[in-house]
Design a protein around this ligand. Structure first.
Ligand SMILES: O=C(O)CCC(=O)C(=O)O
Length: 162
């Protein structure tokens, strides 16, 4: 993809690899089309309500497993109780490709089964946090498409030094 700044792959922290421009425009378009589809149901995209009553500014829809604070379920118990959309095999394949690109070797045993799809409008943001509900050491693949943004990558000690 054409870019004004050279953006080379970088290891931003041990094990965390940033690969700018990894998805070409056609693949990005395919993914956006799929995300729009998932956003309309069976469980619609929504602002997650937190235990303190506030709503997250980002809108989220899940595949495979539904995330709510702070657990995962096969049904969207905090939305409409509906069944979570299937996690498609082509998305697991894309995940394996991404891990292969990041670490230099594909791992066929990597079999992701959940996706959180976040839609950020112009005012949405997400603060520094750790996702601690996942009892898994499997890699997390994050695909960012669309507007430019500040993506901060934290550390395991505190929230102050991304
Ligand atoms: O949208 C992102 O890239 C970050 C998502 C995230 O941190 C989360 O959903 O917990």
């Amino acid at each position: 993809m054409a870019t004004l700044l050279p953006r080379d792959p970088a290891v931003v922290a041990p094990g965390a690899v940033h690969i700018p421009g990894w998805l070409n425009l056609d693949r990005q378009r395919e993914l956006v089309t799929a995300c729009r589809d998932w956003a309309s149901g069976p469980v619609p995209m929504r602002h997650t309500r937190m235990p303190n009553g506030s709503q997250m500014s980002v809108q989220t829809v899940c595949l495979g497993w539904h995330w709510m604070p702070y657990r995962y379920s096969r049904t969207a118990d905090d939305v409409d109780g509906g069944p979570v959309a299937d996690f498609p095999s082509w998305l697991a394949e894309l995940g394996r490709d991404a891990v292969g690109a990041a670490y230099g070797a594909r791992d066929e045993s990597y079999n992701p089964d959940a996706a959180l799809i976040n839609f950020y409008d112009a005012s949405a943001k997400m603060g520094m946090h750790q996702d601690k509900e996942e009892k898994s050491l499997a890699p997390v693949v994050s695909l960012s498409i669309g507007d430019s943004c500040l993506f901060r990558f934290g550390n395991t000690e505190n929230r102050n030094k991304p």
